[in-house]
Design a protein around this ligand. Sequence first.
Ligand code: BG6
Length: 500
Amino acid sequence: MKRQAFPEGFLWGGATSASQIEGAYLEGGKKMDTSDCRPGNFEIPSVDKIKWPYRLMTKSKFEMALQETGMGEYPFRWGNDHYHHYKEDIKLMAEMGLKIYRMSISWARIFPDGDDEQPNEEGLKFYKDLFQECHKYGLKVYCTILHYSIPVNLVVKYGGWKNRKLVDFYVRYATTLFEHFMDDVDIWLPFNESNASVFHPYNGIGLVSEDRYAGERDPFVEDRQTIYQAVHHQLIANALTIKAAKRINPEVKISCMIAWFCPYPATCNPEDVLLAYKEQQYECLFFTDVMMRGTYPPYMLEYFKRHGIRIEMQQGDEEILAAYTSDLLSFSYYFSSVATTDPNWQKTDGNLKRANVNPYLKRSEWGWQIDPVGLRITLNQLYDRYQKPIFIAENGLGANDRLEGDGSVHDPYRIEYLRQHFKAMAAAIEDGVELLGYTMWGVIDLVSCGTVEMKKRYGFVYVDADDRGNGTFRRYKKDSFAWMKQVIESNGENLENGME
Ligand code: BG6
């Protein structure tokens, strides 16, 4: 008899983040957060006119957003209105048979200013109710403590994560969550995509840039010193959060996470191979090396020296990093890229960073290169490196789906995308990788994080809302919904149906 690829208890799931779905940006005691200040991007960026500089938050853009206290043209303020639909959304996830739901908590719902002494009871109640709804259906919870959005007060008053005070505010926030929800959550993740800070300093570390940088493509127009100092604060906050959680429950499972870019050398020219290797170290592995191994890796210390970066450490920082490492490793995977010494290589878009084009791969409508084999390679590589359980916290296809008059949505491209990625996961498990679960990104359509628009849809469930928030916000099952249901029922054995 053929051996089952996916182990019993494999955690099939879906993922979202608070700012991209909840809306209700000023309800229940919540105040504005950094995502609420990102304006909508209402034209589709075509692949050759990528609006990369759009991702920079400049001072004047930020101030304009603070002055607009209504919904304005700020899509994160309405999201997909999950705040008012959460029972229905969780019911749909349960109907699909999902085993785990990766969600995130909005910091500004719990501590509206970030530096408040006491938590907001209404915010705590919202998540308690939401977790109870999950338990009702036996749905496990994977909880991200911080998925990009921080209370705006922490930016206005303290300058974001470049200020070490955020470590204390964050640890107080995380500890409050542990005190209230320890028994409700199965896996905790302190920071979504820890390496994002380098590519999107506003989302990653709450950094608002000088207006003169508007239009620049490289986040390092900002000084690297500021970015890496803020990263250090987050790494310390991560370790202290693990400490706080283990004090309450020594058995707790805490993950770390990075966005993975899978760079291939463009040619077998050793210079290209070296570049691919170095990119991987600086852009991704540095972060997981610290959080999984507990120490700054030598290649990064040398990088800091070369770039004149001095990380200010407090006494005891190194010991804290060494003492509190993560139990498992999560990553997001959407595309692979190419490392080349050729500066004229054709470019395309990708998650967090632009990528060099790989002629062997197809691309999504948003220019992201589709590469299931890259997922198998990644799983092998990361498992080899740390020998700790792995979780795919995000993966999926953003597409411009169409709602038909009869309420159906035909998304065979998504089914095909997922099928190929699930096959790659099965192959990686057969390679020996300990893969715990998979949460498909944007399980219910939500506002896109990179391009701040609704038309880039990921879900198994369609939400009737457009980029400007017009629509009924009613939920519709896409074809991929039924397909995923049978994949889960068969624990990943039945991947072939659903293309008719
Ligand atoms: C990840 C983020 O980087 O990519 C998510 O954690 C995001 O928040 C996802 O939504 C997909 O990116 P996008 O730009 O298509 O929303």
